[in-house]
Design a protein around this ligand. Sequence first.
Ligand code: FES
Length: 587
Amino acid sequence: MRVDVGSLEELRAKGYLTGKIGSQPVCVFWHADCAYAIDDRCPHLGFPLHRGTVESGIVTCHWHHARFDLCTGGTLDPFADDARAYPVDLAGGRVVVTAEPRPFDKDQTLRRLGEGLEEGLSLVLAKAVLAYSEAGEPLTDLLSVATGFGCTFRQQGFGPGLTVLCAMANVLSSLDPEDRPLALVQGLNFLSGDTRGRPPRFALSPLAGESMPSPERLGAWYRRFIENRSGDAAERALASAVGGGASLQELGRIMGAAATDHVFLDEGHVLDFTNKAFELVDHLGPASAALVLPTLAHETARATRHEEEGAWRHPDDLAALCEEAATRLPAVLEAAGWDGSEGRGDEAATFEEKGGPATLAWTVLEGGAAEIVEALLEAVSGGASAEQLGRAVALAAALRITRFHVQNDHSDWNVVHHGFTTANALHQLLVRAPSPLLLRGVFQVALKVYLDRFLNVPAARLPDEPRGDLDELAACWDVEGRVDEAGRLAYGFLRGGGSREALLAALGHGLLAEDAGFHWFQTYEAAARQAAAWPRGSEEEALILAGTARFLAAHTPTRRELSQVVRIASRLRRGEALYEEAELPSL
Ligand code: FES
């Protein structure tokens, strides 16, 4: 497309001309006897560049002072992103700007994504995600670049950044289509923040040779080195197991065992990160296991072991109960003919006859410590599957949030959050790679739920409304303290016949609009997974999502800066003018 923006005489006299290519504002500068055409909206926040200053071949935007090369449009200040430059033709004394449609440039987009991650440029990240989404390109490319970045630029290895990114990738299909780019930007932005200012990680290569130790031996080494807190040795053993061709299920068993060799490692983060690492591999394909999984070694080796803490020892010795349960478990499993996955025939019926996972969850929630352990062992005897045990404990942990009383200290939301998201991670791992060793985690997480019992004293009243409205729910995010109301509305919406999808989309919209923290993303994603584990329209589904609505309402509103950045990025991409000339101050 060729657009005549005025005469050369006018350009020389005024110093610049403006025009439009379609809806895109463009300006032409006259500088050092040459004409230069460039976007007239600063790629940072859209200020008109013709209002800037030109000198030495550079135009400087007057808002945040980003500088752009007039020849190429490239910025000298990466926070602002590059502007687009256009060819100018001055034939016949007219100033004609030419603009060809610009095809999607995948390499350039991924390069900018990398720069956005390095520099913490949320606007640049937003533009890359929007460009990718609009081009219809597979988002796994973005995930792959971001995962490589996260595995390289955090010396400690897998952490909150990759966890949030993976959680957002997991829930994309639960979100409104217009919220999906924002979810990815939230994840990428969080990853960037989690790496900046940290030393990089140098991955250890796997052992190599004609004959390699077996996966069983490498797995035993991994657990031993984790036990000794030898992070490097553990990483090399694990990298060798991956490189030697151990299946994802074998690796899941090895890492699941190490993650439950001690009680509730690092407030459950080790189980959570381990699960998320496997889920990231699910997104990227099995070949990514060599990159992703060994990043867990150091995190696991250095983790806090909660049996060393007083809370797990007094007044009940919960750590000893975990140990006793782990000692008794193999015989109980053997007697029950446990095959590691599904319930078993008549014995499975025993567990179901006694109420199944829902009844077990209430025992975990309200029982004494020893009673909980016996109930879990009895469930195993009665034929409960690993999945059912994990689901029951996750429901109990979710109910801690649903019954969390707002008289508690605000920071205690984090305490009940840890129980819930760890329980969800354990549940997912038990489905993926069930093993007798990983089943020890059921006792650990159940006793963590027990440990948090005082946060339900008094217990918040469980919601029982027959209906709820999503618009009213959305209003809860705008005012502090509407915790119980949010729970009632979410519960009532489902009990009144509303769909899980609509509620999850509404909760996701509320989450993503905020400058959300690590725990918020985790809670939402865990709730989406756990709600889906129960029948549609069930009481359990409604109570889990009511708890999540309460959690969100307890933390909102925030400044909502990131969602504003994404809105600006999408307006810039659509070619909208963000400022009218009349709104601008005179020079
Ligand atoms: S630097 Fe131009 S709008 Fe911010």
